[in-house]
Design a protein around this ligand. Structure first.
Ligand code: GLU
Ligand code: MG
Length: 459
């Protein structure tokens, strides 16, 4: 993805026209992680690369109902701009003739806007001071034979977890997605059939954090678009139908030294002397995540539907702790890969799904982790046992934190978290809880069957 370094606006428009691109979508991701946008024709692109496209600011106050929430300052008056990030330019294989650019939301005079999610991540990265954050999103999705309807949900295959039949059942689609992503410079690392019928996972290479979040957004929309074009349906909803295995979007993170003046970048989370291979820095980062975990979940498990997934024995990270290769703790410390020990050291935040805005989720995670680093906190002993095999007393003794059981509880925890509320800033901390509470009410009014269905459609 991206416009070449010599890509002056005019060159870009000319090149796109030569490549048969007629329409460029200017996209952003809203507080509910819905990808939205406006499009510009290639003929009109050049000045818009600089000026952006106008957008009613109240769009950032809407949730799943599409209605603006009554947050002061958000009404029929007010305008911001969708300002495209040139490095995110990607052609859309499922929409021949179309390309997309991911946008920052800026004020009419071009300044960063306080409700822009992409800017939130950039601010978090700036606050990580001397470290480079490397991240990887690990989205799972359910592939369906056709678009779900109320009472009808038909997974595209019936394979077991990691079942070779699952590869065979979906091979044309999977390879089409991989080719499409690779063609846009989004390097694919692995893919496999997951636990549930129709459930799959496809992961991109880890990348600098902003690029990783951008890549995830493009991956999701290209996957959904290619499925739709085949008459299939790909949903990234946490639990798209009652009883389905949950779709997670685990977040892998590590902090690296800045490369420069000839010195190679070094993974500062790695320390061979530690039994888990973790440095003091990584341990302090984990301690920060644990300290802020309940509030953080409002931004990483960001929908009513998220809490159907976040249950014990689902490997979704429903227990507030961390542990080595522990798939039940919110933070898993993956064992390192032979021959790539230092490079592969990272932590996996499992309590995250695709209803979370990736920029807000990753940005908040960085802020929380860095709080631990700044204070030099210790996360305490790692949880090596399966928490399902421990009694409530043993869980308490191991320091396992009680996590929110619903979106409403997570929002209350967020509002009680001074650090997260402070970094969100006055505008986001008014908007976010208002939108989420409205979503919770709307979903309650719909009833459970339609709530599952709404998420299967929207995500
Ligand atoms: N599907 C699980 C989740 O909801 C994750 C399974 C796995 O470990 O890959 O997070
Ligand atoms: Mg998985």
């Amino acid at each position: 993805m991206g416009i070449a370094a010599d890509g002056a606006a005019q060159t870009t428009a000319t090149r796109l026209a030569q490549e048969g691109i007629e329409l460029i979508r200017f996209l952003w991701v809203d507080h509910d992680s819905i990808t939205r946008g406006k499009a510009v024709t290639t003929r009109a692109l050049e000045p818009r690369l600089v000026s952006g496209v106008g957008l009613a600011s109240t769009r950032q106050a809407t949730g799943l109902s599409d209605l603006g929430q009554p947050v002061p300052g958000f009404n029929a008056v007010g305008e911001v701009r969708l300002h495209p990030a040139p490095e995110t330019l990607a052609q859309l294989p499922h929409a021949p003739g179309s390309a997309a650019m991911l946008c920052d939301l800026v004020t009419a005079d071009g300044a960063p806007w306080d409700a822009c999610p992409r800017t939130f991540l950039k601010e978090a990265l700036a606050s990580a001071a001397t470290y480079d954050v490397v991240a990887g999103f690990e989205p799972e999705f359910t592939l369906c034979r056709t678009q779900p309807a109320p009472g009808r949900f038909e997974p595209a295959d019936d394979s077991l977890c990691f079942d070779n039949e699952g590869f065979d059942a979906t091979t044309d689609f999977t390879l089409e997605v991989i080719r499409a992503l690779e063609a846009q410079g989004l390097g694919v690392e692995t893919c496999h059939p997951e636990f549930g019928p129709g459930q799959h996972e496809l992961t991109l290479q880890p990348a600098p954090a902003l690029r990783a979040a951008d890549a995830y957004v493009l991956q999701r929309l290209i996957t959904r678009g290619l499925a739709r074009r085949r008459g299939l349906w790909a949903t990234f909803a946490p639990v798209p139908t009652p009883g389905a295995r949950g779709n997670g979007n685990h977040l892998h993170v590590s902090l690296w030294s800045r490369s420069g003046s000839g010195a190679p970048a070094v993974n500062l989370f790695a320390d061979d002397r530690d039994p888990l291979g973790l440095s003091e820095l990584a341990r302090a980062f984990i301690a920060g995540l644990l300290r802020h975990l309940p509030g953080l979940m409002a931004l990483t498990c960001a929908s009513v539907n998220s809490y159907h997934r976040l249950k014990p024995r689902m490997w979704a990270g429903a227990f507030g702790s961390y542990g080595p290769d522990n798939r039940e703790t919110a933070i898993r410390v993956p064992s390192r890969l032979c021959g790539r020990e230092a490079a592969s050291t990272n932590i996996e935040f499992k309590a995250c799904d695709s209803t979370a805005n990736p920029y807000l989720a990753l940005g908040a995670l960085i802020h929380a982790g860095m709080d631990g680093v700044r204070h030099g906190w210790d996360p305490g002993p790692a949880l090596s046992a399966d928490p399902n095999e421990l009694t409530p007393e043993e869980l308490a003794r191991a320091g396992v934190i009680h996590l929110p059981q619903s979106l409403e509880e997570a929002i209350v925890a967020l509002e009680a978290d001074d650090l997260l509320m402070s970094v969100l800033g006055p505008m986001r901390r008014a908007l976010y809880p208002a939108i989420k509470r409205a979503d919770a009410l709307d979903m309650k009014a719909l009833g459970e069957e339609l709530e599952f269905h709404t998420h299967a459609l929207r995500y």
